[in-house]
Design a protein around this ligand. Sequence first.
Ligand code: NI
Length: 131
Amino acid sequence: MVIVSLSITDSLLSDLDFLKEEMGFTNRSEAIRYAIRGLISEKMIEFKSSENIVATITGLYNKSVNKDVLARLQHDYDDLIKTLLHVHLDEINCLEVMVVKGNGDVLNELIHKLRSLKGMKELKHCVTSSK
Ligand code: NI
């Protein structure tokens, strides 16, 4: 491992120390490594194209989502979407988890289309492998 130094504000350091305690990290470096891995997992496919991205996409949406448009979109990307889990959370909200595998550019395209759907309240993705 290499040693790097960084400059951060007192308040950010205080938040980091709080999370270090709450999440059980043994030191600040471990907490910072965890944070960096999270950022890489979340953002890397947005900047780096890759052929074999494995990821999950989690979408929380409400009744106003056009179900036909959503279903068509998912059929358009059926090469990418390996499986899909749908949960009716309550009378108005649904949660969907898609497991995807394929090209990073195509995955990005799908994420952007899903995110732009009216009624999509939250959309997150997590890359689990990008070898
Ligand atoms: Ni539902």
